[in-house]
Design a protein around this ligand. Sequence first.
Ligand SMILES: Nc1ncnc2c1ncn2[C@@H]1O[C@H](COP(=O)(O)OP(=O)(O)OP(=O)(O)O)[C@@H](O)[C@H]1O
Length: 205
Amino acid sequence: MQPTSLRLERLTVGELEAVDLSVSPGDIVCLSGASGSGKSRLLRAVADLEPHGGEVWLAGQAQSTIPAHRWRRQVMLVPAESQWWSDRVGEHFSDGVEDGDLEALGFEREVMSWQVGRLSTGEKQRLSLLRAVSREPRVLLLDEPTANLDDATRDRVEHWLASRIESRGWPTLWVAHDRGQIVRVADRHLRIEGSRLLVQEAAWT
Ligand SMILES: Nc1ncnc2c1ncn2[C@@H]1O[C@H](COP(=O)(O)OP(=O)(O)OP(=O)(O)O)[C@@H](O)[C@H]1O
C-alpha cells in the first residue's frame, strides 16, 4: 500500500488548544509532557476512540467520514496497557506473524501457544507491538511503547520499531518520556505545556 501522510486539522480534545500537525510518511513525531497533560487523549482522538473537535486526515480520507472500526484498522493505536481478549497468545494474531519479527523481539514461535495469563508486563508490551505491526496499518500511534522494558530490550525494540516504520513509511506519533529515546528516534519533538502543544526546536530539547 502507498505510504501516506497523517494530518491533524484544528484537533481539540480535553484542555488542549486546537492542534494542527502534519506527519510525513515514515516520520516519527515524539510527544512528551507531564503526567496527565493529555498525551494519551490526543492519541486516542487521532484513533477515533475519544470524542474530539476538528478533523484528522489520512491522505484524502477524513476520519469523520469513515466508520470508526475501519479507521482504527488503518490508524493503529498501541496503548500503554495492552488489551487481550482470548486465552492464548496466538489467537490474537489472525494475520500471522513472521519468525524474524518474533526473533527480533526475543521470542520463539512457541510463544504463540502460551496462555496470556503467564505473560510478564514487558512480554505483553512487546507482543502487543508485534500484533499491531503485523496487521500492517497505515499509521502507528505508540503510547510509551518501551515503558516496561530493561535497557537492552528497550534498545532492541526501539531499533526494530524504527526500522519497520521507515521501511513501511508509516507516519508515527510516539509518546516518550525518555530524552535519550527522543534523541534516538524522533524526526520532530512536540511537548504539551499547559494547554498548548509546543514544537521543540531540536528533537533533543
Ligand atoms: N474521558 C475523559 N474525560 C475527562 N477527562 C479525562 C478523560 N480521560 C482522561 N481524562 C483526564 O485528562 C487528563 C489527561 O489524561 P491523559 O491520559 O491523556 O494523560 P497523559 O499525558 O497520557 O498522562 P500519563 O503520562 O500519566 O499517561 C488527565 O487529567 C485525565 O484524568
